[in-house]
Design a binder for this molecule. Structure first.
Ligand code: NAD
Ligand code: WQD
Length: 337
């Protein structure tokens, strides 16, 4: 136990991880510039846990505030979520993505080095498996990317490996998330996208709540069971618990290790729509649209390494994910506003 610094801790996965850490007895400091989140999310974390986090509103590119955080708190390890994450936007604004994701990570690593904090859990993504590997994806497959967002994750993984090679005191877990959905069962925290959602589940919940008329299904002619894209959806609470297991593994394991965090099961777009309708008793209108550029037919994880080495396994099923996503959205039709 100790104090964990969470970058991007006011965001979707960050808030859920704050809750699980606080409930497990850790202390938490958060740095977030609120560029894609709302400070109310951390008030909700307090409401759920009855515990406070030390919140610093600021940017990971700002070495002064990073220094202040390490001076004012005895940080044992860092969970690094802060990043820009919209694939399409990264194609339009590559320099922003390289700056925040890569330069921001370098600033953070330099501060960690200066204050001798050498344990990091990093948010990587299944996107690093690129378009040429067959599912199920295994951690030792070659990495590649087809857009600047994905490239930042591939580069950062490489930077972390090089850092460990240069100094074997580092203990790093690179967690490759598959498709996180769902929300805390309280319905108090959840995914809160700005503008038109890019991802499937927030789009579905916005159709269900009446904000959008219908879901566009991006292609029904893939070589999958029903022609729609197949993904490995994972409940955000399971994902958060995976971070705690990863943190624990860093206590006695130095290195720079990658782990897939998924369920190992693939569900199609139609599977998700049907499951959502069934558990929530709502209708989701949809229309078939052309394929989305850059999409692949199927992506799902081989989860054996995380099971074996982190002693972690996803527990919640697709119905839990659909129920909890809807519970969050219907209680908060305008997110935290
Ligand atoms: P999110 O946008 O909800 O959270 C990211 C947080 O980082 C936000 O609160 C944002 O305000 C903050 N932030 C952004 N730039 C910052 C900066 N320069 N300084 C300080 N704070 C900054 O996203 P999320 O879904 O919670 O994702 C968290 C991490 O997981 C990201 O690194 C993302 O790339 C990765 N990831 C997400 C998914 C997904 O589908 N959600 C999948 C794979 C990987
Ligand atoms: C899932 C499926 C779509 C929206 C993205 C990023 C990836 C990672 C997770 C961060 C696909 C289909 C979607 C819609 C649809 N993020 N779809 N209509 O593309 O697997 O991954 O988010 O690391 O890097 O690329 O997730 O939720 O966008 O799509 O039919 O309105 O739903 O084609 O088959 P994806 P997604």
């Amino acid at each position: 136990m100790g104090k964990i610094l969470i970058t991007g801790g006011a965001g979707y996965i960050g808030t859920h991880t704050c809750v699980e850490l606080l409930n497990s007895g850790y202390e938490v400091a958060v740095i977030d510039n609120l560029s894609n989140s709302d400070r109310k999310s951390l008030e909700r974390v307090k409401q759920i846990t009855s515990k406070e986090v030390s919140f610093y509103e600021g940017d990971i590119l700002d070495s002064d505030i990073l220094g202040r955080i390490f001076e004012e708190n005895k940080i044992d390890a860092v969970i690094h979520f802060a990043a820009l994450k919209a694939v399409g936007e990264s194609v339009e604004k590559p320099l922003d993505y390289y700056k925040v994701n890569i330069a921001g990570t370098l600033e953070l690593l330099n501060a960690m080095k200066k204050y001798n904090v050498k344990k990091m859990v990093f948010s990587s993504s299944a996107t690093v498996y690129g378009v040429n590997n067959p599912a199920p994806y295994k951690e030792d497959m070659p990495l590649s990317a087809t857009n600047p967002y994905g490239t930042t994750k591939v580069f950062i993984e490489r930077i972390l490996d090089d850092l460990y090679t240069s100094d074997n005191d580092w203990a790093i877990a690179k967690l490759r998330y598959f498709n996180p959905i769902g929300a805390h069962e309280s319905g108090l925290i959840g995914e809160n996208p700005n503008g038109i959602p890019n991802n499937l589940m927030p789009f579905i919940t916005q159709v269900a709540v009446g904000k959008r008329e219908y879901l566009g299904v991006f292609g029904d002619d893939y070589e999958t069971r029903d022609g729609t894209g197949v993904r490995d959806y994972i409940h955000v609470v399971d994902l958060s618990l995976g971070h705690i297991k990863a943190l624990e593994s860093l206590e006695n394991k130095k290195g720079s290790e990658a782990y897939n965090l998924g369920t190992g099961k693939g569900y199609s777009v139609f599977d998700i729509v049907k499951a959502f309708e069934k558990v929530n008793h709502v209708e989701i209108k949809y229309e078939i649209m052309p394929r989305r550029a850059g999409d692949i037919a199927e992506s799902y994880a081989d989860v054996k390494k995380a099971e074996r080495e982190l002693k972690w396994k996803a527990d919640k099923d697709i119905e839990d994910m659909c129920r909890d996503s809807w519970n969050w959205q219907k209680n908060n039709p305008n997110g935290y506003k």
